[in-house]
Design a protein around this ligand. Structure first.
Ligand code: SF4
Length: 86
C-alpha cells in the first residue's frame, strides 16, 4: 500500500462511520404517517391515545402530545391502528 492509498483510507473511514451513524439515527427516529396508521382525532370506543403505551403526553392532560410511532401532533383523545393498552 502506498502512502497516498493509506492517507485516502484515513479520509474515507471516518466519513463511512459518520454515514452509518446518521443512517442508524434516521431509522431510530422514523415514524409512520397518520394516514398509514389510520389515525383519527377521536377515540375508538373506549380506546384513545391517553390510554396507549405509545403516547407521549403534552404539558397538560388535555394538551396535544406526541406518539412513539406516529409522526405529528397527537390528541390524547385520538386513536390509531397501533393502539396498545397501558
Ligand atoms: S400508537 Fe396510535 S393510539 Fe397509540 S398514542 Fe400513537 S397515535 Fe395514539
Amino acid at each position: 500500500m502506498t502512502r497516498k492509498e493509506a492517507l485516502g483510507g484515513l479520509v474515507v473511514l471516518p466519513a463511512l462511520a459518520a454515514a452509518l451513524v446518521a443512517g442508524t439515527t434516521a431509522i431510530a427516529e422514523a415514524k409512520g404517517t397518520k394516514a398509514q396508521f389510520k389515525y383519527q382525532n377521536k377515540p375508538n370506543g373506549k380506546q384513545q391515545c391517553s390510554g396507549c403505551t405509545l403516547f407521549i403526553p403534552g404539558k397538560t392532560a388535555t394538551a396535544a402530545g406526541a406518539c412513539k410511532v406516529v409522526a405529528g401532533e397527537i390528541s390524547p383523545h385520538g386513536w390509531c391502528t397501533a393502539f396498545g393498552a397501558k
